[in-house]
Design a protein around this ligand. Sequence first.
Ligand code: PLP
Length: 380
Amino acid sequence: MSAVYLDYNATAPVRPQAAAAVARALQVGGNPSSVHAAGRAARAIIEEARGEVAALIGAPASTVVFTSGGTEANALAIESAVAAGARRLIVSAVEHDSVLEGARASGAEVEVLPVDAQGVADLAWLEARLARWDETDGKPFVALMAANNETGVIQPVAAAAALVRGAGGWLHVDAVQAAGKIEIDSRGMGADTLSVSAHKLGGPQGVGALTFGPRATLSRRLHGGGQERGRRAGTENTPGVAGFGAAARAAREGLAALQAQAGWRDAAEARLRAAGAVVMGADAPRLCNTLCVASPGHASELQVMALDLAGVMVSAGSACSSGKVKPSHVLGAMGQGELAGCAIRVSGGWASAEDDWNRFVEAWSQVHDRYAARRRAPAA
Ligand code: PLP
């Protein structure tokens, strides 16, 4: 029987449309900056993909800057805000490390926007903080992700945008996990900058994008040629961008169908809860594909390894840090410190089937029954 892959929030399998677009672009060859026919063909591939990514996130194509991924897109937003005079950055406690660490590395002061027990940002805190903003700290910069990678919890971004805008600030939205899973209207939600990444929605790894609104000035992140309208020098990753564009289109077209997966997730969740598991962010709006669930007393890594042996691939919290297991700052910020070491993340996506979730539940039940029996057995 084939293995079950339920770790889409780490990386989604590449969609066939994206793989085909990458292969086509590799065959075209050509440097998009060259004026000859091959160069023009490569340029056309990039611009078509830009249009697809723009359509996915509700942004004008001219404001989409391709990067090497979500991490670089987040860095570009943060560095641009600091270059534009932000000296104090407010970042939500549940941001991805690329935002938290990027903010800390920027040289600016960092303040943490707390979340409640469900993982939802405390907007009353934000409002109060912005009301006593000291202008010597430059314009306020706030980073609030659209949806969390570990719990799937969806943040009240539009409401935060109204507060930030009222204070004359800059709102950065990391939509890396949300894009392709919920509708993203970057302009409608009031984001000044918004980041996305291809590999989370069925495109290749190593390519992402940042869109920016009229109130944000992007600085030059890489110097050299004038690519990406001078905002990011370096010959474009044409095959990667082509794959991103194709994946963005497929994700947009499949958005409504994907929502049906919430039913599979909910059914699995109900069975795990009945067996004593604790679901993180259960009372908050969540992405349809994500389940973060803790089994008190059963270490996350042990669960992940046992499930892997049973042919089911999931992860222990965020898998972005090269296999290193560290306590989840997301669950910690939600006050779930005790359970954080016992939580796993299960995430489906475009190629998942209901049977994948059923097989996960069966494997999970066996793994947990075995573990419980071992704990009950008297020591030899
Ligand atoms: N932001 C979020 C919310 C993520 O989940 C990730 C990756 O897991 C990133 C940013 C980083 O994206 P990339 O892997 O494309 O650098």
